[in-house]
Design a protein around this ligand. Structure first.
Ligand SMILES: [Fe+2]
Length: 208
């Protein structure tokens, strides 16, 4: 038998350590502001169980090189998949930085970002002791007919894929791919940038 793999789910992962230092520095004030907004929560419940989300980074020049890099890579990602990118313009819908609570409990339940074509993460603070992303099987038919797996090794049977995060790791994935973040234990800091990109028909982009 010859193997054919149709309807695959591409995920690009790359190490880009050169952005870690400058983006951590540029992110500090955003995380501080996000934590300040939650002062009442922290006082009442402790620095636990949540994630502190920044405002949008899309207009901050400190993130300009990174935005350009990620924007181009996301366009490449769609082009490489076979989409006719001569007809579309890619645009950031959102880009923000977040840091999980210091005492642990930070997490995100499984979600997709509606009406987006490319999503991504860039990890600024992470280790083997922190949270990390988990991707879910996106094919609804396959998901509904899964069977018990032989073992936890990665295979065509898996429903979930765990990707251990490390600083400098860039992940680009299709906007339809459901993802979550496992509960953080508060042992070490966990900070990452998250973004979503839409491909807009060029005619519409011109009219807007
Ligand atoms: Fe997300």
């Amino acid at each position: 038998m010859q193997l054919y793999e149709f309807f695959k789910t591409p995920i690009w992962i790359e190490d880009k350590p050169e952005f870690i230092k400058s983006l951590n520095k540029a992110s500090d004030k955003y995380i501080k502001a996000a934590r300040d907004k939650e002062k009442k929560y922290i006082k009442k419940y402790g620095d636990f169980g949540t994630s502190y989300h920044s405002s949008q980074l899309t207009l901050d020049n400190d993130f300009y090189d990174f935005r350009n890099y990620v924007g181009q890579k996301s366009w490449d990602f769609l082009d490489w998949q076979g989409f006719d990118m001569s007809q579309y313009q890619t645009m950031f819908s959102e880009m923000w930085v977040q840091e999980f609570a210091k005492k642990g409990g930070g997490h995100h339940s499984a979600h997709v970002h509606w009406n987006q074509h490319v999503s991504g993460f860039y990890f600024l603070k992470a280790s083997s002791k922190t949270s990390y992303p988990v991707f879910h099987e996106p094919r609804t038919g396959a998901r509904a007919t899964k069977l018990k797996v032989k073992n936890m090794e990665l295979s065509n049977a898996n429903e979930l894929v765990h990707v251990k995060a490390r600083p400098g790791m860039l992940i680009i994935f299709p906007g339809y791919l459901e993802h979550e973040f496992v509960v953080d234990h508060g042992k070490e800091p966990f900070r990452f940038i998250h973004w979503n990109i839409q491909a807009v028909p060029k005619m519409m982009a011109k009219d807007a």
